[in-house]
Write a protein that binds this ligand. Structure first.
Ligand code: PRP
Length: 182
């Protein structure tokens, strides 16, 4: 059996780091959204693990919904060509939307999603990004209100993040060995 862990060069966020991050984010969100009954909008597939952990740290009422978009396919760089694979189920007009994303990389995916949501007249739209890549000269408009961790500009997988659909089930975030994708 191929051991996924052998493909990882270095762990950058282990299970305890992830727990701490989710607790901190959950506390801040609980304060800010105490009476707002937000919709936590999880962007499939990558954010599913993060969302599941995050909402258990949010101690005020909230709802969840899902949207699936695809911008990477099996490539390692965003194409900028974002496609909606699954739209939200419910009406969001007048609602507070908190988008939960696993990673902000180029930011093109979130720019696209936020523009689309704003056209549907929500009360507010904010972003909670588990990771934000440190990239110089990012051109996107999106500025996440909540950030779990800043990460270096490396190819990372695990805790929802994939390469060609693999590694999402790793319980940590790690750097993929370049020989795996080059
Ligand atoms: C990944 C990730 C974000 C997006 C971030 O999604 O989950 O949604 O890329 O990249 P960006 O900031 O450069 O736009 P992907 O399209 O790979 O789909 P997935 O969530 O199903 O893995």
């Amino acid at each position: 059996m191929n051991d996924m862990h052998d493909d990882i060069q270095e762990i950058i966020l282990d299970e305890s780091d992830i727990r701490d991050i989710n607790r901190r984010l959950g506390e801040a969100i609980t304060k800010d959204y105490a009476d707002k009954n937000p919709i936590v909008l999880s962007v499939l597939k990558g954010a599913v693990l993060f969302t599941a952990d995050l909402i258990r740290e949010i101690k005020c009422p909230c709802e969840i919904d899902f949207m699936a978009v695809s911008s990477y396919g099996n490539a390692t760089k965003s194409s900028g060509d974002v496609r909606i694979v699954k739209d939200l189920d419910g009406d969001i007009s007048g609602r507070h939307i908190l988008i939960s994303e696993d990673i902000l990389d180029s930011g093109l995916t979130l720019d696209f999603i936020i523009d689309l949501l704003k056209s549907r007249n929500p009360a507010s739209v904010e972003v909670c990004a588990f990771t934000v890549k440190d990239i110089e000269n990012r051109v996107c408009k999106t500025v996440p209100k909540y950030v779990g961790a800043h990460v270096a500009d490396q190819f990372i997988v695990g805790y929802g993040l994939d390469y060609a659909e693999r590694y999402r089930n790793l319980p940590y975030v790690g750097v993929l060995k370049p020989e795996v994708y080059s």
